[in-house]
Design a protein around this ligand. Structure first.
Ligand code: PNS
Length: 161
């Protein structure tokens, strides 16, 4: 039986930190669904379609990665694609409490779906979509933080092309 996992997130936008987790997750699982939370209560910079498009482009070399969106509960989405695992990245101790809360809740909701954590490569341990947006809006160089396509998309959003 194929091992299937979901890697959920906001991905607003995808960074090299996310990509690191996705690549490593895709080595371990037969099929990895990278899924973007479609939640109208958040106020994202990129639309869900834009985020999906960027993720698709930067993961196109990974044949076992599919990109999708979800709304509602993650465990329900996972079940709908027969995934038995959730993958999350852990950057630093500060992530732990939030991740423990999500993981515990997901386990209450569906105990058959296991969450696995991948430690982010040290070079990305400070990196988040928020921090990238924060500096990109002032025109900082972000080429070491996000793939070139994402860098272009950010500069376009902030009218810094
Ligand atoms: O990248 P993020 O914003 O840290 O990802 C958070 C995400 C999308 C994994 C989490 O908010 C989520 O799974 N939301 C869907 C709703 C859900 O299933 N909630 C139960 C677990 S708290």
């Amino acid at each position: 039986m194929a091992s299937i996992a979901v890697c959920p997130g906001s991905f607003d936008p995808i960074t090299y930190g996310h990509l690191d987790i996705i690549k490593r997750g895709a080595k371990v699982f037969d099929q990895l669904y990278v899924v973007v939370l479609n939640n109208s209560s958040k106020n994202p910079l990129f639309t869900v379609e834009e985020r999906i498009d960027l993720i698709k482009q930067v993961t196109k070399e990974l044949p076992n990665v599919k990109v999708d969106e979800f709304h509602g509960l993650l465990v329900d989405y996972a079940k709908s694609v027969n995934a038995s695992a959730i993958i999350r990245g852990l950057r630093a101790v500060s992530d732990f409490e939030y991740e423990m809360q999500i993981t515990s809740m997901n386990r209450v909701l569906n105990e058959d779906i296991e969450t696995f954590f991948i430690m982010t490569n040290n070079q990305f341990s400070f990196l988040s979509s928020s921090i990238v947006k924060e500096v990109a809006q002032y025109g900082a160089t972000i080429s070491e933080l996000v793939p070139p396509l994402v860098e272009q998309a950010l500069h376009k959003k902030f009218n810094r092309e």
